[in-house]
Structures are given as structure tokens and as C-alpha cells.
Design a protein around this ligand. Structure first.
Ligand code: ADP
Length: 387
């Protein structure tokens, strides 16, 4: 047991030690033309157990009274070995109250003997077989899901290891190359002509870009392996915002862009790891600068979140190219980059926003974005107010 699915012929094991009842049940089953019932009658408790072990049945019909033992004992014994064996209990006059006990012991259904009829038997058996088929299908799906889940976890671990190895293998020679570029730029081995100096600055820029990407890979592995811990303290946001904007001012000037702030005057302190929130702000304001045309404006706001009184919301608004609505939900995913014209594509791994959101989540906050194509975007995140 079980062998559901054989719908044209259904193999039934009838366990009943009352000969008259068994004959009636068999006769009622034989009235059916489709499905055809192939009935095997076990006249005692022990005979029933032996048959079940020897043969495969689609369904069992079990009487409650079986000599000195009961159908409940039978169910328990069978289900200890085969928990899904499909058995229907036949309850006699006076023992209907045992229905609950039978169902708890694994019976898939019951038929009161006083209601027994050919249609009733057929219907209950079909339902029972269908129930078992669905249970098995569900169990198979569950097994498949567990297997897929395990494979995904394994693959994720491999990717983590790969990121880590890649970052390590790239970082060492890159650090050496940067050092040598700096030595050349400082004219230690000899003086440079202007063209050589320009080329070396280009190389230095490329090294810095590569270094940022490698650091992102490191961050990802640390975040996803739970190795990144925060040092959260009650801190003021205003000095941090000022510091970040001061750091990025030359970039904004180079693109003739205005950097504005609007910080609520009585802003409470927030719980944060200053270095990590600095990293988030640098990334968000950096993106705003990157994806806004020359002459645009960036506004950094901080205010008590109207939706949640114990949170401060920090919002970075730009007048840049915007993001299509269809892609707005994807941008926080790992390695996601908005599809765009290759000529305007920016170099990057698509890890920045993912890292920002994970860092904010570690702080107990949330991050979201709104955007209008061609008009600009607003990225905002929340932080918990310090008590
Ligand atoms: P990357 O490091 O490649 O820039 P991010 O995760 O920081 O990756 O950003 C993912 C993508 O989201 C970017 O490639 C860009 O297309 C889009 N994006 C992010 N910030 C902005 C913004 N302020 N305006 C328009 N597009 C943005």
C-alpha cells in the first residue's frame, strides 16, 4: 500500500471477521462496473496485517470489531510502518463515537455500516484514493522544494567563496600596482613629462574604480555570511551629512551641480554605526551625482518619519535621468543594473544599492526609492531614533 492511480481497477483489502457483513460489503462493491473492485478479504486482524505486508492495495476497508482487538489497534500497527496506508474505517452501531479516534490514528475516512450502500462505498473510496494521491503529490513537491533549497544554499555558498577568492586575488596585485603608480606620480624614479603624468592619473582612476568594486565584493561576502557587525551608538545626523557632502563637493563642482540640504532643526539623535551610514550616504549621493546630468540639483533631507514616530527618514533627491517604474523594484537586488543605452551605461557591478539596503536593514531600518523617468529619483531610508 498504497498504489493509487489505478482508477479502472481498484484493489481493495477488506478486513472484517464478521462473515455476513463482509459478504454484504463485497456484494455492494461488485455492483460497480467502473471502477471495478478487486476485493481481497482478510477474515481476521492477523490475516489483514499479513496481506498488507505482502501485497499492494489501493485502499483498505477495516471493521472496528476484530475479535479481541479493534480496528484502532490495527490502524496504529499498520501506520507505524506505513504512515500513508489509505484505510477507511467501517463503524458499526454504537461505535460511531470512535470515529475521531480512528481519524487520529490515521484512517483517511469512515463509513457508518448502517449507511453503507454501493454509491456510498464508491464515493468514499474514490475520495480516499484522491486524497492519498494529493497527499503524495504534496509530499513529492515538498521533497523537491527541500532538494532545490539545499542546492540553492550550496550554490550560494560556492558563489560566496568565489567572491571572496576573487576579491582577494585581485586586491593584492591591485594594491601593488597603485603603489607603483603613486611612486611614479611622486617622481621618485625621475621626473615625468605632462603626457606621462596624465596617463598615470588615468591609471590611478582605473585602480580606484577597481578597488571600489573589489571592496563591494568583500562587503557582499561579509554581509551574506553574517560576518559584518555594527557598532551602533546614539549619533547626530547633521555632522555626518555635512561631512559626506563636503567630501563629494569637488565631484559636484566638476559637473556644475548644486548640493543642498534640508535637515529638520530639532532632529533627534539616531542609532547608527557612523562609518556604515557614511558608506550608505556616499553611495546614494554618489549615484545621484553619477546619474544626473551636468547642472542638476541634489537635495539631502532628514526629518522625523511622519509614518513612524520613532524613526528618522533620510532622503536623497536628484533631478537626474530617473529609473523606469518596471525596474524600480529590481534595483536593490544583487548585481542588478537598470537596462539602458550602452553609450550611457555606467561602469559598476550593481552591488552598491544592495549593500546599502542590507546595511540599513542591519540597523533595523528600511530603504525605498521613487522615480519619474527623465525628472529624477528619490532614495530614502529610515533609522531608529536613539531613546
Ligand atoms: P552600480 O554600482 O552599478 O551603480 P547600484 O546598485 O549602485 O550599482 O545601482 C544599480 C543601478 O540603479 C544603477 O546601475 C543605475 O542604473 C540605477 N540607479 C541607482 N541610483 C540611481 C539614481 N540616483 N538615478 C538613476 N538611476 C540610478
Amino acid at each position: 500500500m498504497p498504489n493509487p492511480g489505478a482508477y479502472d481497477t481498484v484493489k481493495v483489502l477488506l478486513v472484517d471477521d464478521d462473515e455476513d457483513d463482509a459478504i454484504i460489503t463485497q456484494a455492494l462493491l461488485e455492483q460497480s462496473s467502473l471502477p471495478r473492485f478487486e476485493i481481497d478479504w482478510a477474515r481476521s486482524y492477523d490475516a489483514g496485517l499479513t496481506r498488507i505486508k505482502e501485497r499492494q492495495y489501493d485502499i483498505g476497508l477495516l471493521d472496528y470489531n476484530l475479535g479481541s482487538r479493534t480496528g484502532i489497534d490495527f490502524l496504529r500497527e499498520v501506520h507505524a510502518d506505513s504512515p500513508h496506508a489509505p484505510i477507511i474505517m467501517l463503524t458499526g452501531q454504537g461505535n460511531e463515537s470512535l470515529v475521531l479516534q480512528a481519524l487520529e490514528s490515521g484512517a483517511i475516512d469512515y463509513i457508518p455500516k448502517r449507511n453503507i450502500s454501493s454509491e456510498n462505498l464508491q464515493r468514499t473510496i474514490s475520495h480516499g484514493i484522491e486524497k492519498i494521491r494529493l497527499q503524495e503529490e504534496l509530499a513529492a513537491h515538498q521533497r523537491q522544494l527541500e532538494k532545490t533549497n539545499k542546492e540553492l544554499k550550496q550554490r550560494n555558498n560556492e558563489i560566496q567563496r568565489f567572491y571572496h577568492l576573487l576579491a582577494h586575488e585581485l586586491k593584492t596585485p591591485l594594491t601593488a600596482a597603485s603603489e607603483f603608480v603613486n611612486i611614479l606620480l611622486e617622481s621618485i624614479p625621475g621626473s615625468l613629462n605632462p603626457a606621462q603624468t596624465d596617463y598615470l592619473h588615468l591609471i590611478q582612476g582605473c585602480c580606484q574604480h577597481l578597488d571600489r568594486n573589489i571592496n563591494d565584493l568583500y562587503e557582499i561576502t561579509r554581509l551574506e555570511t553574517g560576518k559584518l557587525s555594527l557598532n551602533q551608538q546614539p549619533e547626530a545626523l547633521a555632522p555626518l551629512v555635512k561631512d559626506v557632502l563636503h567630501y563629494l563637493a569637488p565631484k559636484a563642482q566638476a559637473k556644475n551641480m548644486a548640493l543642498h540640504t534640508s535637515l529638520a532643526p530639532d532632529l533627534p539623535h539616531v542609532m547608527m554605526d557612523v562609518q556604515r551610514i557614511r558608506q550608505v550616504l556616499l553611495n546614494l549621493v554618489g549615484n545621484a551625482l553619477k546619474f544626473t546630468e551636468n547642472g542638476g540639483t541634489i537635495l539631502v533631507q532628514a526629518y522625523e518619519d511622519p509614518l513612524c514616530s520613532d524613526r528618522v527618514r533620510v532622503a536623497i533627491q536628484d533631478t537626474g535621468m530617473g529609473i523606469p517604474q518596471s525596474q524600480l523594484t529590481g534595483i536593490f537586488e544583487r548585481l542588478y543594473q537598470v537596462e539602458k543605452d550602452p553609450s550611457t551605461a555606467s561602469p559598476g557591478l550593481g552591488l552598491g544599492l544592495f549593500i546599502c539596503r542590507e546595511l540599513v536593514k542591519l540597523h533595523g531600518g528600511t530603504m525605498s526609492a521613487t522615480s519619474t523617468l527623465g525628472k529624477g529619483s528619490t532614495f530614502s531610508f529610515t533609522l531608529r531614533c536613539a531613546q
